[in-house]
Ligand binder design. Structure first.
Ligand SMILES: [Fe+2]
Ligand SMILES: [Fe+2]
Length: 189
């Protein structure tokens, strides 16, 4: 695996400046949440740095990676290009950054939609992506506050916010996002 400095160098060269700064913000937030939730700060930093590794690839490039790796997409995934960079993130993280840790690869795979029964690391990357310091949407401050009090409640609030937003825009909601929220609700978070 590349060192953290080498990962940063790769990202600086392969992401747009705004995306790179977002990535550093996610890493900063993920490290704080890792300490608060008693998981490895280093794993959280690596996962955060790697989560958008595929974000600035062209549509054609993403399509060919999906094809070459025989990844079958759901109808929602097929119709939502914003999901593709997370679907191929584990492949890019393995090939370009040398990351093998399955827990990290799982966290970056699900950072956009969430999924049922997430690990603590996957939850942290999902919500750190939404609340990192550069994020500025109505309601973000409240989600930040809740997340730093209670990770599960923060993730739940983030999912609810996202689903509400998608509904008002008449956009597709991925089934994993619904399952993720239902799971937290059923498990009393
Ligand atoms: Fe992303
Ligand atoms: Fe991101």
């Amino acid at each position: 695996m590349l060192s953290i400095d080498e990962i940063k160098k790769y990202l600086k060269e392969n992401l747009k400046e705004k995306r790179y700064n977002h990535t550093l913000g996610v890493a900063e937030t993920a490290k704080k949440l890792a300490i608060l939730n008693c998981i490895s700060e280093e794993k959280a930093e690596i996962a955060a740095l790697a989560h958008d590794v595929a974000k600035n690839l062209s549509e054609e490039k993403m399509k060919s990676i999906i094809r070459e790796n025989n990844i079958s997409l759901s109808s929602v995934e097929k119709n939502n290009i914003d999901l593709w960079h997370s679907i191929i993130a584990p492949i890019e993280a393995k090939n370009k950054l040398g990351i093998q840790d399955e827990e990290i690869l799982d966290a970056i795979r699900w950072h956009t939609t969430g999924k049922e029964d997430m690990s603590t690391l996957t939850k942290i990357i999902y919500i750190a992506d939404m609340i990192e310091p550069n994020r500025d949407f109505e309601g973000v401050e409240k989600i930040r506050e809740i997340t730093f009090e209670n990770l599960d409640r923060g993730v739940y609030t983030g999912l609810t916010h996202t689903i509400q937003f998608l509904l008002t825009k008449n956009l597709l909601v991925d089934e994993n996002t619904i399952k993720c929220r239902n799971y937290l609700l059923l498990n009393d978070k």
